[in-house]
Design a protein around this ligand. Structure first.
Ligand code: TYM
Length: 346
């Protein structure tokens, strides 16, 4: 039986990268899954506390992200939707996995290394930097592995930046199963959407991200049609005012073409669109207008539903409670096996 699991941090309102790279795929998988496929999506609030954040906002951000899952069309009767912290088994399994996980592997993870901003030069690791780095950030991938493994996920749909974390989760399975002699945990497969790396509108060489200080670099679910248009029109391109596709030489234009391709009803790729009769050589403004229209058409119904749902706190609270019960049940099945394997069972 297939089990689809994925998670998203409660960073408030999701951006277009989250949507195209992950959430849209979750909805597609829900719609196409066999009836016996289990679908589980989590707002990973324990991951959110690995880095400093403004005080007083986390519960709002959680609510917004939970609402976003519903707004994109995930059906709470078909999917288990829950807050990670409402299922203590995630933390319990994290600890158990940490006892067979390799610190060497963890210290090679690119997210950790980039947070240390020292690439491969470990000798440059100065003491002040070290003190500011918290252990939770270091062991972040173990918690992520626990998220996936505790629900016996077989498929994990994510964007490209999660690739290494999922490889690590498979490594955790190998380590655990060999330490405790048996096929106790299941290795998950990573599933990428065609939009596995959506780029920033202002820095086309960087991925679109919540943490970019420049709000014009990303499009949010809550952006109005005019805000979307303004951001796309201001997107960084280059000085050649004619559409062509060259990802290396023209990353800004390529990014817009990629975006357009993700919304193309005919499923054409970026290069194909650039060569199409109505876009080849056209002024960049034409391309930008098409992108803004396509993004807005896709986001408008989500934006409306998002606002509607946020105005129904009691309905949301009920779903949060229902999700917690079901996710706890799902996790307990695995924890029985794990506790027995580790000899922690009663
Ligand atoms: P997070 O919250 O940063 O992002 C959620 C999902 O959105 C994808 N994504 C992107 N995809 C394409 N282009 C982009 N610019 C872009 N930005 C974000 C991410 O790849 C991700 O799929 N560690 C995870 C959360 C997590 C998780 C899990 C995921 C915790 N436990 C278990 C899967 C399974 C994270 O921080 O994603």
């Amino acid at each position: 039986r297939a089990v689809i699991f994925s998670g998203i941090q409660p960073t408030g309102v999701p951006h277009l990268g989250n949507y195209l790279g992950a959430m849209q795929q979750w909805k597609r998988m829900q719609d196409e899954a066999a009836p016996d496929t289990k679908l589980i999506f989590s707002v990973v609030d324990l991951h959110a506390i690995t880095v400093p954040r403004p005080r007083g906002l986390l519960s709002q951000w959680k609510r917004e992200m939970f609402t976003a899952l519903l707004a994109i069309g995930l059906d709470p009767d078909r999917c288990v939707l829950f807050y990670q912290s409402s299922v203590p088994a995630h933390s319990e399994l994290q600890w158990i996995l940490s006892c067979t996980a390799s610190t060497g592997y963890l210290s090679r993870m690119t997210q950790w290394k980039s947070k240390m901003s020292l690439a491969d030069d470990v000798t440059a690791f100065d003491d002040k930097v070290k003190r500011s780095l918290k252990h939770g950030l270091f062991s972040y991938p173990i918690l992520q592995a626990a998220d996936v493994l505790v629900h016996r996920a077989t498929h994990v749909p994510v964007g490209d930046d999660q690739k290494q974390h999922l490889e690590f989760a498979r490594e955790c399975v190998t380590n655990f199963n060999s330490a405790y002699g048996g096929q106790h945990l299941v290795k998950p497969e990573t599933i990428f959407s065609p939009a596995k790396r959506v780029m920033s509108l202002t820095k086309p060489s960087a991925k679109m991200s919540k943490s970019d200080a420049d709000a014009r670099s990303r499009i949010l679910f809550t952006d109005s049609a005019s805000a979307i248009r303004a951001k796309v029109m201001a997107a960084v391109t280059d000085s050649t005012n004619a559409v062509s596709y060259d990802a290396a030489a023209r990353p800004g234009v390529a990014n817009l073409l990629e975006l357009l391709s993700h919304f193309d009803p005919a499923g054409r790729g970026a290069g194909e669109l650039a060569a199409s009769a109505d876009l080849a050589g056209a002024p960049l403004k034409e391309l930008k207008t098409r992108v803004a229209d396509a993004v807005n058409a896709a986001l408008a119904p989500i934006r409306d539903r998002f606002a509607e749902l946020l105005a129904r706190p009691d309905y949301l609270a009920g779903l949060v409670e229902q999700g917690a019960v079901r996710a706890n049940q799902s996790a307990e099945e695995t924890m029985k096996i794990v506790r027995e394997a580790v000899e922690l069972g009663a």
